[in-house]
Design a protein around this ligand. Sequence first.
Ligand code: OOB
Length: 546
Amino acid sequence: MPEQSSGPVEFTRWPEADAASYRREGVWAGTTFDRVLRDSVGRRSDAVAVVDADTSWTYAELDARVDALAAGLLDLGVAPRQRVMVQLPNRAEYVATVFALFRIDALPVFCLPAHRAAELTALATASGAVAIVVAHHHEGFDHAALATEVATAVPTLRTVICIPDTGAAAPDDTIAFDTVRGAAREFPAADPSEVAFLQLSGGSTGIPKLIPRTHDDYLYSVIRSNELCGVTEDTVYMATLPVSHNFPMSSPGILGAVAAGGTIALTPSPAPSTAFAMIERARVTMTGLVPPLARLWTEAAERGTAHDISTLATVQVGGARCPDELAARIGPALGARLQQVFGMAEGLVCYTRLDDPDEVVNTTQGRPMSPLDRIRVVDDNDSDVPEGTEGALLTRGPYTIRGYYNNADADARSFTADGWYHTGDIVRVDPAGNITVCGRAVDRINRGGEKVSAEEVEEHLLAHPSIRDAVVVAMADEYLGERTCAFVLAADEENPPKTGQIRAFVRERGLAAWKIPDKVQVLDAFPETGVGKTSRKELRQALTVR
Ligand code: OOB
């Protein structure tokens, strides 16, 4: 069903009684992202709001850019409540674009620079986006060409806005980012209880799931994160991970920095050499990393760095399980306090507290940030397990969604009738309430924080004419935690497909690089469970016993 490109954005609301109590208790503060920015501009106009590799803007400068860009977007025909895909790398224009969309009450759709044709086409179609904002080349890839191709395929997507390469013109069929400027005017006010943007799900199914987040619910998570992480106007938060991820976006992330009137720094690359230089230049106090990156930084710092990274006070690690051995090394190596973050784009975010004992910080993933978060740990029959026992984590609360965007099938799988979200994670909770993530219940592979849906990759493999069946499973990996292995059955056993060809085939279908199977193995048959289903468990085990 093609999604309308304008009109109200439907979503599953919280039950009225819950919403009323969240408002009464001031948890949902009734403000918007635009007002949060305007407040910080009012208080901190001359303070530095955004720094990247070659830019530094004060709050007043950011505000002026947001004003001009917002007006320019309206002049281009982007209307309130319409969706606009943002596929920009970590650079200052990212911040201006997202806040300009908030200012005109349009909804950013947070895409990642690694997304390719398959993902962007699916996201454009599912969101009904009318425009996409890209930077021409990033890491050697032509994003303008890709965006133009996707716009040709998806009828609603009519405008490609492109930041040209330095010194070059914007390519044909795109609108140069800098020309999207309009005269100041009154902008439509957003409703705090409505959807502010569409976030992407880590996903365990073939179809991308879009996550509708309201101003009220998301701002609560940002403000509460700020309190808990000690974010103030002196904080310089550096987005090291791709900033569209929920983690650097809001936990407390760049939005936390803006809400506190602090500074956002954006590093063009997470590699220690580049990132450490940025820490020194912007006097970064806080950042968030996935475990493989935390290992790279830790090892680099242990070897010794010429850069002064002594301003770094808090280093967060999340997105995937941080090995205890690594956790113990991060703080001493980087000269900062470690904070583990276990969160999900659907809502719930858990933190270790800055004053927790080392034992808790180094071995658990913390506890929910809000006293209003509710969690349950259940067995296969959805019955609560005894405290301290492993089980599947369910959650519900003031900033956890009650349904995906326009996706009844996914809702039926992921939410109980009374609104609990099935996180797909297997956890254990200790008597103090701290959560340890032990594994996952769904077919999702966590490749160093980047999630891979087994089903999504299997669907692409099955499109190969020489493949009769395919199963994608996780294989343990020292560095990334997990990598992907695809087991396939040949359509013609005399003529099995070559494994290299299969990987090239998946890449050519336009999948993000992190989803290309790390390993492909052709089998004669799949092991089966007692009821004749393919046994993923046995396939996973086959990988570990070698
Ligand atoms: C974050 O969000 P998503 O939506 O990309 O992925 C959520 C999933 C969780 O369900 C869990 O399986 C895994 O990522 N995860 C962790 C973890 N943090 C996330 N598994 C073990 N240990 C951790 N610390 O990844 C995300 C969103 C907000 C803040 C931080 C991470």
